[in-house]
Design a protein around this ligand. Structure first.
Ligand code: PBG
Length: 323
């Protein structure tokens, strides 16, 4: 029914009616806040390319979890910055590693905080790649057992959920099997199912000290040009036992979030990555964008695209703005 019968503006006339017909709502319940854990005590180093984001020692991480709980943020995802790195990334699956100690400390002091862990080798290997290197490339099948061990040691320390981000083929099956054999059948796997090889991870690699020392991640992370492949990747992970599917990055890949939402009956998570955070912060610092408004509009777009959960460095800002 065209104009003048149909007038879209009738339902936009005031805030009450706009509120009533609003299709998408953000909720603090959907946010997972990333934290970078480093060694030491009393450490709180701001990441230069990510204003407001810090590398923190375990005592400060615990304090941060208390603050987050107070704001209503239900979950964190932990990334480790170990003092010691080697070719096998042995700190990743050391039961006394930085992440394992952080999990135990959070669970002791802030038991209600839901703790997700990133399962990957890149923060722990001296070469910065996401697995074991053979002939200048990451060897898929040899890496799998280390990822299984890493996930298991996180679960043993008390993690509520594990999230593999390495992009090795078959890793969800191996992690599921390793957890089940040891009795951790109730720990869900949130797969970074669709993870693109993105330049938007740049600031994270400063934060996590995980840039590859040679080459790049194109032999394991996805080509940004591909949509069909995203469906294949997600389908494989569902078959292997993934409980939730993640798309990463979020903003440049909203079409992929929608694709997964329409094709799979699993909760979909979007990772609003470091570069997406930094670009808004930088523009806002220059006075070029209204910070609070662009943050909320960006997060809303992920929800509208079909994300059930959002991993974001903006969780605290969003909690304040929603509060
Ligand atoms: C580890 C990992 C990365 C991110 C999350 N897990 C970096 C990468 O793949 O290089 C990026 C997160 C962000 O940019 O915020 N593999």
């Amino acid at each position: 029914m065209p104009f003048p019968i149909d007038r879209g503006r009738r339902l936009r006339r005031n805030d009450t009616i706009r509120r009533m017909v609003r299709e998408t709502k953000l909720s603090i319940d959907d946010f997972i806040y990333p934290l970078f854990v480093c060694e030491g005590e009393g450490v709180k180093n701001e990441v230069p390319s990510m204003p407001g984001v810090y590398q923190m020692s375990i005592d400060n991480i615990v304090h941060e979890c208390l603050v987050l709980t107070g704001l209503g943020v239900p979950a964190v995802i932990l990334f480790g910055i170990p003092d010691h790195k080697d070719p096998q990334g042995s700190e990743a699956y050391n039961d006394n590693g930085i992440i394992q100690r952080a999990i135990r400390a959070i669970k002791k002091e802030v038991p209600q905080m839901y703790v997700v862990t990133d399962v990957c080798m890149c923060e722990y290997t001296d070469h910065g790649h996401c697995g074991i290197i053979h002939d200048n490339d990451v060897n898929n099948d040899e890496t799998l057992k280390y990822l299984g061990l890493e996930a298991l040691s996180h679960a043993k320390a008390g993690a509520d959920m594990v999230a593999p981000s390495d992009m090795m083929d078959g890793r969800v099956a191996v992690i599921r099997d390793t957890l089940d054999v040891e009795g951790y059948t109730d720990i869900p796997v949130m797969s970074y199912a669709v993870k693109y090889c993105s330049a938007f991870y740049g600031p994270f690699r400063d934060a996590a000290d995980s840039a590859p020392s040679f080459g790049d991640r194109r032999t394991y992370q996805m080509d940004p040009a591909n949509r069909q492949e995203a469906i294949r990747e997600a389908a494989t992970d569902v078959e292997e036992g993934a409980d939730l599917l993640m798309v990463k990055p979020a903003l440049p890949y909203l079409d992929i979030i929608r694709e997964l939402k329409d094709n799979f009956d699993k909760p979909i998570a979007a990772y609003n990555v470091s570069g997406e955070y930094s670009m808004l912060k930088a523009a806002a610092e220059k006075g070029w964008l209204d910070h609070d408004k662009v943050v909320m509009e960006s997060l809303l777009s992920m929800k509208r695209a079909g994300a059930d959960l959002i991993l974001t460095y903006y969780a605290k800002d969003a909690a304040r703005l929603l509060g």
